[in-house]
Structures are given as structure tokens and as C-alpha cells.
Design a protein around this ligand. Structure first.
Ligand SMILES: Cc1cc2nc3c(=O)[nH]c(=O)nc-3n(C[C@H](O)[C@H](O)[C@H](O)COP(=O)(O)OP(=O)(O)OC[C@H]3O[C@@H](n4cnc5c(N)ncnc54)[C@H](O)[C@@H]3O)c2cc1C
Length: 383
């Protein structure tokens, strides 16, 4: 059996690892020209579901690489108002040295690529497929094509595989924009950061529609390209951010970050000082999008995983973990001979539960009402 995976994101790479370890012929086709092309690191929380999936699919050497390049576990989730008055606090036991509780997306993808040199093909943008009696013919933007027994769309929230397989599926723009930034953890920043910000995931909000989140990315072993940082995110509607989408998405990183600084200038001075210490060039905006209903389809040869099939907001911290769950379950279904249909049934049920949880959390967190009928109009996800 030959499996062709479109997209070397988190789910596609985990699936490739699982299939390769089981002796299945696999190739991964990624539109980016190289693994270093996208360095947008942001912190991803890995849940027990994600960890179990990683343990199921990764060979030992790769799992050790993932553990070594993960971030040091925190012990806190806390909320504050904009003057840093504590609103709530939950303290957790610190996870052990072999556990992965959060990762930097760039470092995580690099670790997941360990041992995949012969199966990864960069600069290959999937455009379309045609099912034949014997398999699937897959076409790329460079005019080339390949043949496989099974095609897996792991091509993220803007999936072209989904566009062809279930063109009617709707992806909704929830009307919330995020501006992500990185504050390098220099000794001066460690000094000025509120101690809670260095312990775990912290939210602060002005109670009037602008929210922020801070979380430390302190590596066990940093990537060659950068070191420890504090992830800093500002969220709000266009109205509250004071900029239209056209303005937001055409801003330079320094304009974006200048906007963030302006929005928090009446907040506690420690927040302003952290924003001022950020690496301005690392700022980027994203649109939060979700599906409402996870689709079903009837093809036995074409399937999907992760954000391609169940895009969700980050409000449940579950997108990557669900993509990893998918990868582990699809590996099992393909290796055991159950086939993609058995995977699809369970994936739809599991994916729907996570989408619904993230929708409910997003409505509460961002004070928005989310329904079908507002199709996403931009493709800005840092995939
Ligand atoms: C800022 C932010 C914070 C997040 N935090 C969390 C968190 O804490 N916990 C969590 O579980 N999730 C989190 N998520 C969600 C998580 O990042 C995604 O759900 C996850 O990356 C989805 O994995 P995936 O493999 O489906 O897709 P992706 O990782 O998006 O990968 C898709 C890949 O497909 C490639 N591709 C796209 N189109 C094509 C094409 N036509 N041909 C070939 N290749 C293509 C892309 O370049 C990319 O490499 C967060 C997301 C964001 C944006």
C-alpha cells in the first residue's frame, strides 16, 4: 500500500512516522519550499490525548527528540484583569522530565521530521486529485503528478483536499483577530515579568473586549534559530482592535506591534514593559476560524485529518491534539486493514466533540455568538 500525505504539519508528520514505523510506503508532500521556511514559533499545549497519540506513533528515537525539544512544563493557569489583579488561579503538579506538556510549533515540527528525509518532499503544492479504479492520481502546482492507493489531506485549515472532497463544508470566521508576538526571555525580561507569567498560561483582560495571554516557552533544548521566549497574544474584534481587516493584514510587524502597545497603554506597567521588550519582527496576525459540523464523505481512498477536516478555534487548546489523535487512529486503521472508513467514523465523532467544546469556550472567552453563514474570507492561519 502506498499512502500519499498532503501537508507536513503536525498531523501529517505524525501519521508519516506511524506508517513508516509499520513498514507502509509513505510520502509527504508539503507546499513550503523547506523545513526552515516558516519559523513562526508559537506555544502549543499538548494534552494527555496528544501525548498518548505521540507515544503510539513515534519510534523511540523520534519520541526522545520530541521530549528533548519540548518546553519545560509549567504548573499554573491564572487569570487577571488589566491591572494584574488576580481573578483566578489553578496550580498543577509539575510534569516529569519524560512528559511533553507544551511545545514550540517550529521546534516540534522539526523533531517530528526526524528520520523522514526520504519521505518528505518540499515545494510540492497539492492542487487536485482524480480517483481511478486502482488508486488516486494526485496533481501538484508544478505540473507533476503521483499515484497512490490512499490520499490523506493533512493540509490544514485552508485544505484543498477538503475543497474537492466536501466542497459544501463551511468554515466560519468567528470575528476575532489575534496578534501574536514573542518576548525573548532575557535576564531583564525575567526580572520585570510578573512571576505567574513565567510559571504557566496567564490571561489578562480589560473586561471590555481586549484580551491578552502570556505563556513561557522555556526549552529543554532550544532550536538553533532562537531561544526561550514569552509568547504574548492580544485578541479582540476588529472594532475593539480599532483596525479593519484590510489594515490589519497589510500592517508590517512593527505597525502591528505598535498597535498592540497602544491598546495596552493604560494597563499595568509590567504589561507595557513586556510589550516594549518584544521581538517586533516576530509579530503576526491571525483570524480565528472554525467549522460547525465535521463532514462525512464516501470515498474509501481519500481521507483527511486535523484542521483540514475539523478546523477549530484555539479556545479548547485541542486542534493539534486532535490532529495527533487522528494520526494515531488512522495509522492503526491503515496498518490493521480496517481501512479509512473505520477511522472516519471515529474521527468524525471525536472531532465533532472537540469542535463543539472549542466553540463553546470561544463564545465565552471572546463574548461572540458563532453560527453558520459567515464564511471565512481570508486564509491567514500560520500553517
Ligand atoms: C496561534 C495558535 C495557537 C494554537 N495553540 C494550540 C494549542 O495550544 N493546542 C492545540 O492542540 N492546538 C493549538 N492550535 C491549533 C494547532 O496549531 C492546529 O490545530 C494544528 O497545527 C493542526 O495540525 P494539522 O496537521 O491539521 O495542520 P497544520 O499543522 O496547519 O499543517 C498543515 C500543513 O499543510 C501544508 N499545506 C497547506 N496547503 C497545502 C497544499 N495545497 N499542498 C501541500 N501542503 C499544503 C501547510 O504548509 C502545513 O505545513 C493553535 C493554533 C494557532 C494558530
Amino acid at each position: 500500500m502506498k499512502v500519499a500525505i498532503m501537508g507536513a504539519g503536525i498531523g501529517g508528520l505524525a501519521l508519516a512516522q506511524g506508517l513508516l514505523a509499520a513498514g507502509v510506503e509513505v510520502a509527504v508532500y508539503e507546499r513550503d519550499p523547506s523545513p526552515q521556511y516558516r519559523k513562526q514559533g508559537y506555544r502549543i499545549h499538548i494534552s494527555q490525548v496528544g501525548e498518548a497519540a505521540l507515544a503510539a506513533v513515534l519510534p523511540d528515537a523520534v519520541r526522545r527528540r520530541v521530549i528533548a525539544t519540548a518546553t519545560r512544563p509549567g504548573d499554573l493557569v491564572a487569570g487577571f484583569d488589566d491591572q494584574l489583579t488576580p481573578q483566578f488561579e489553578e496550580v498543577y503538579p509539575v510534569a516529569g522530565p519524560d512528559m511533553v506538556t507544551s511545545v514550540d510549533r517550529y521546534a516540534f515540527r522539526r523533531a517530528l521530521m526526524t528520520g523522514l528525509d526520504d519521505v518528505l518532499r518540499f515545494g510540492k503544492q497539492f492542487t487536485s486529485y482524480a480517483e481511478t479504479r486502482d488508486g488516486v492520481e494526485i496533481a501538484f502546482a508544478d505540473g507533476t503528478s503521483v499515484f497512490a492507493d490512499v490520499l490523506v489531506g493533512a493540509d490544514g485549515v485552508g485544505s484543498r483536499v477538503r475543497g474537492q472532497l466536501v466542497p459544501s463544508m463551511e468554515v466560519v470566521d468567528i470575528g476575532v483577530r489575534c496578534i501574536y508576538g514573542k518576548v525573548p526571555l532575557t535576564p531583564a525580561v525575567r526580572e520585570l515579568a510578573p512571576p505567574a507569567f513565567l510559571r504557566g498560561f496567564c490571561f489578562a483582560s480589560d473586561g471590555a473586549g481586549i484580551g491578552s495571554a502570556f505563556a513561557p516557552v522555556i526549552f529543554r533544548e532550544p532550536p538553533a534559530e532562537y531561544g526561550d521566549y514569552l509568547m504574548a497574544v492580544l485578541t479582540g474584534t476588529n472594532e475593539r482592535l480599532g483596525v479593519s481587516d484590510d489594515e490589519l493584514f497589510s500592517m508590517s510587524p512593527s505597525e502591528l506591534w505598535g498597535n498592540v502597545a497602544g491598546l495596552v497603554d493604560s494597563w499595568h506597567p509590567a504589561i507595557g514593559a513586556l510589550i516594549a521588550a518584544a521581538e517586533v519582527e516576530a509579530a503576526f496576525p491571525i483570524t480565528l476560524r472554525t467549522c460547525i459540523d465535521v463532514p462525512t464523505w464516501s470515498s474509501e481512498r481519500v481521507t483527511m485529518l486535523g484542521d483540514a477536516v475539523h478546523p477549530m478555534t484555539p479556545a479548547a487548546g485541542a486542534g493539534a491534539n486532535t490532529a495527533l489523535w487522528d494520526a494515531a487512529r488512522l495509522t492503526q486503521a491503515l496498518v490493521s486493514g480496517e481501512g479509512p472508513a473505520a477511522y472516519q467514523r471515529e474521527m468524525v465523532a471525536n472531532g465533532q466533540a472537540m469542535v463543539t467544546e472549542s466553540l463553546q469556550n470561544a463564545e465565552r472567552m471572546f463574548n461572540v455568538s458563532i453560527s453558520a453563514g459567515t464564511p471565512a474570507h481570508r486564509s491567514t492561519a500560520p500553517a
